[in-house]
Design a protein around this ligand. Structure first.
Ligand code: PMT
Length: 419
């Protein structure tokens, strides 16, 4: 599973294993993750912040005051929201105890209290400290609360002891982190996602288009890939990188997008239509650049094919998810589109608030399906996309008998693979 573009917040607490965390940051950066590092006061006794700064390419954060200065007044709340995952490596016995009791006396502990992201812990300590009842009770409670443990491993320790308490090696931590993103909810399912705007040419140098950046659709494609799906992305012209592991077909006009979708839809089980497709195009593209000869100019437009509606009419209809970008009456229009286009699910996107939706790193969606509704509150598009994919996987499995067979079969395959 790819860590590309994942926001990893690495907490380094005090322990000799902190030197391994430098290599960990290198490996994470090599995997194209975005890495920010928080160090506790005692971690700085073992390794300097400069090492992590050089390796991560970001200022290292050690307390709220420094972070506020380094990041233009952002605080632990901003960090907590930024993180896709918080990994504390090494996680000392003291850090485990502090997390268990909700301590909040430094940047790392306040960030952990504030974040909704998964917190993974890579314990590193002397074997007797690890085996101590106090530590084991803390571990049990933290695991119950949803903290994830990577290790510790057993072996010889820096202090000369032999036993459990060694921090996982950097490559093991990178693998464990990647596995966290692999939800496996859609393993083996073929998904097509459309993204970005279309461009409808007026003449050789001008076109009609919209402000879609492609971010939302690309994030959905990445999340579907992380969930184990085979993803094909049909994209209009954008300037962002294609997510790793995703097959991409680039198009420009609505008609080209329609043709590309129709050509490959047959074997897809899920279709997600996030593209901002132009509803109209100029009747004809002028062969030469239009000259400024008159005071006014009319460009006659004709309707483009409705890609989404056509997929929903397909003889072998996949599970179809549409979007509805609206500036008013979001619920009413979204529900109308859901019914009229015979969709399985629709994501209503209120685009009257220009700080979300089109060309923004954040979004908020109101999801509707027959007899159900779910609000995905404002968050980064990456996180919104993951929640949307989780919801789609759930609805897909519960509404389609064929899909149940596939999902169960794949669940079985997975359990066999992990044995
Ligand atoms: O790309 P970003 O900057 O990240 O912005 C994301 C977004 C705002 C573009 C996205 O979240 C979104 O709302 N996409 C749908 C935009 C849109 O065109 O909505 P619509 O209400 O006009 O269209 C309804 C649905 O029909 C959409 O699923 C659309 O993909 C589809 N459609 C529309 C027209 C057409 N000719 N063919 C279609 O398939």
């Amino acid at each position: 599973m790819s860590l590309a573009n994942k926001n990893i917040l690495l907490g380094v607490s005090g322990g000799i294993a902190a030197y391994k965390s430098a290599e960990l940051v290198r490996e994470l950066v090599r995997a194209k993750a975005q890495v920010r590092v928080i160090m506790t006061r005692s971690a700085k006794e073992f390794i300097t912040p400069l090492t992590f700064q050089a390796l991560s390419g970001n200022p290292v954060l050690t307390d709220e005051f420094e972070y506020a200065e380094a990041a233009n007044g952002m605080d632990h709340i901003a960090l907590a929201r930024w993180a896709d995952v918080v990994l504390i490596a090494p996680a000392s016995a003291n850090t485990l105890a502090k997390l268990t009791h909700g301590g909040a006396d430094d940047l790392l502990s306040t960030t952990c209290l504030a974040t909704k992201a998964t917190i993974a812990l890579a314990p590193a300590m002397n074997q007797a400290m690890w085996a101590n009842h106090a530590t084991q009770d803390n571990v049990e409670l933290l695991a119950k609360r949803g903290f994830v443990f990577f290790g510790p491993a057993a072996g010889s320790q820096a202090c000369g002891d032999v036993g459990e308490g060694r921090m996982f090696e950097p490559h093991q931590l990178v693998l464990s982190l990647s596995n966290l993103f692999n939800t496996g909810e859609l393993t083996g399912i073929n998904i097509m996602v459309t993204a970005g705007p279309t461009r409808e040419p007026i003449d050789p140098v001008r076109y009609l288009s919209n402000r879609s950046s492609g971010r939302m659709g690309y994030a959905i494609a990445a999340a579907a890939h992380d969930a184990g799906a085979n993803v094909q992305l049909i994209t209009g012209p954008v300037s962002i990188a294609v997510p790793e592991g995703v097959e991409c077909i680039s198009v420009s006009t609505a008609q080209e997008m329609f043709d590309a979708v129709q050509a490959d839809i047959e074997d897809k089980q899920i279709f997600i239509s996030c593209a901002a497709v132009a509803d109209y195009r100029p009747v004809a593209k002028q062969p030469e650049k239009i000259k400024k000869l008159h005071e006014d100019l009319s460009v006659k437009l004709v309707r483009n094919p409705d890609i989404l509606a056509e997929v929903a009419r397909h003889h072998n209809k996949p599970f179809v998810v549409g979007f509805a970008a609206e500036t008013r009456d979001l619920e009413k229009y979204a529900k109308q589109k859901l019914e009229r286009k015979r969709l399985d699910m629709i994501a209503g996107n209120d685009v009257s608030d220009t700080s979300i939706g089109f060309d923004s790193p954040e979004n908020a969606l109101e999801i509707f399906w027959a007899g159900g509704h779910c609000s995905l509150e404002r968050d980064t598009k990456t996180k919104i996309a993951r929640r949307l994919i989780g919801l789609i996987a759930e609805r897909y499995a519960s509404t389609d008998k064929r899909s149940n067979v596939t999902v169960l079969k794949n669940a079985k395959d997975r359990s066999q693979n992990t044995r």
